[in-house]
Design a protein around this ligand. Structure first.
Ligand code: NAP
Length: 287
């Protein structure tokens, strides 16, 4: 078994971004909007700011109270859309229930949508048109690319169909992309357990994003399969674990992402890649 080391690869990506930014006229800048108080969100935001500092991207944290209205947040986003000094806007999810998250995603300019969540970017990605790719699936493909893993012709089972992970990674791996050309089976909560088991046992690649500890057990995994664990869960003693029973699966597969240190840091590095892309696109538009 070999580790798909997201920490190492993300550091390399951040260093490459830093080398490019040194030669730019100005630094790219992102706004991170954080609404209310949520311990996990605080950690994610902190990690995004650390990564942006490492590679020379300015990050501005904008905190708002839990009680802020949807209209007020939409107005903040509108101002950021129109502010040429910002190249990326992140609204840290989850947001309070009284704010419609899809309205927020729709309001961010597709040109500053470094998360790749906007329907316009999602649609372009689906059609194979250049766009901001959703950061987590983008990170997964970058990780596979770094380790020179051939995906063409492979059978891939994706578990989970969220708009930010399961659905886009299933589309990307099925598309005619450099990391793609897989035959993809997308599964979800309505997939019968025995069917899920059979599909996983046949899979060359499993991507799991459900948010359930030890969801993937060794009996579900084919010898030499590639396992991408997106899940982030906390154990009772406070450790971070993924959706895979890592200890029992690791000796059966050929490659596996650890949690932490796998997909998580790759997601953040790809947010920074998308920011640099936004900066460069703006230069082209200005010419
Ligand atoms: P989500 O919105 O939490 O949805 C979970 C998905 O799993 C849903 O599509 C659900 O199906 C499916 N599911 C739940 N139970 C299932 C079961 N028993 N069998 C089959 N499918 C099942 O998904 P998410 O936002 O993609 O997050 C998933 C996990 O990834 C979470 O732990 C999250 O923290 C983590 N995550 C990590 C990163 C990273 O950078 N590492 C990024 C994003 C998310 P239905 O649609 O039918 O309900």
């Amino acid at each position: 078994m070999k580790i798909l080391d997201g920490k190492l690869v993300s550091e390399k990506i951040l260093n490459d971004i830093k080398s490019e930014i040194i030669n730019l006229e100005a630094s790219p800048k992102i706004a991170i909007i954080l609404i209310g108080e949520n311990k996990a969100s605080e950690t994610y935001v902190k990690n995004k700011m650390i990564a942006s500092n490492k590679c020379g991207i300015k990050s501005v944290l904008m905190r708002f109270s839990e009680s802020i209205s949807e209209i007020e947040i939409l107005s903040v986003i509108n101002n950021l859309n129109n502010d040429d000094s910002y190249h990326g806007i992140i609204v840290q999810m989850p947001i309070p229930k009284h704010i419609n998250s899809q309205n927020i995603i729709n309001a961010i300019s597709p040109n500053k949508d470094i998360d790749g969540f906007h329907p316009s970017n999602f649609g372009k990605m689906s059609m194979g048109i250049d766009s901001f790719r959703p950061a987590t699936p983008y990170g997964i493909t970058k990780l596979l690319q770094h380790y020179d893993i051939e995906t063409k012709g492979k059978h891939c089972v994706v578990i989970g169909r969220s708009n930010i992970v399961g659905k886009p990674i299933s589309i990307m791996l099925g598309n005619d992309f450099a990391i793609g050309n897989c035959t993809v089976t997308l599964t979800h909560i309505e997939t019968p357990k025995d069917l899920l088991m059979k599909q996983c046992q046949m899979a060359d690649i499993i991507v799991v994003a459900v948010g359930i500890k030890k969801f993937i057990t060794s009996d579900m995994v084919k010898e030499d399969a590639i396992i991408i664990d997106v899940g982030i869960n906390r154990t009772d003693d406070g450790r971070l674990v993924g959706d895979v029973d890592f200890e029992n699966v690791k000796d059966k597969c050929s490659w596996i992402t650890p949690v932490p240190g796998g997909v998580g840091p790759m997601t953040i590095a790809c947010l920074m890649l998308n920011t640099l892309k936004s900066y460069k696109l703006k230069l082209v538009v200005h010419i």
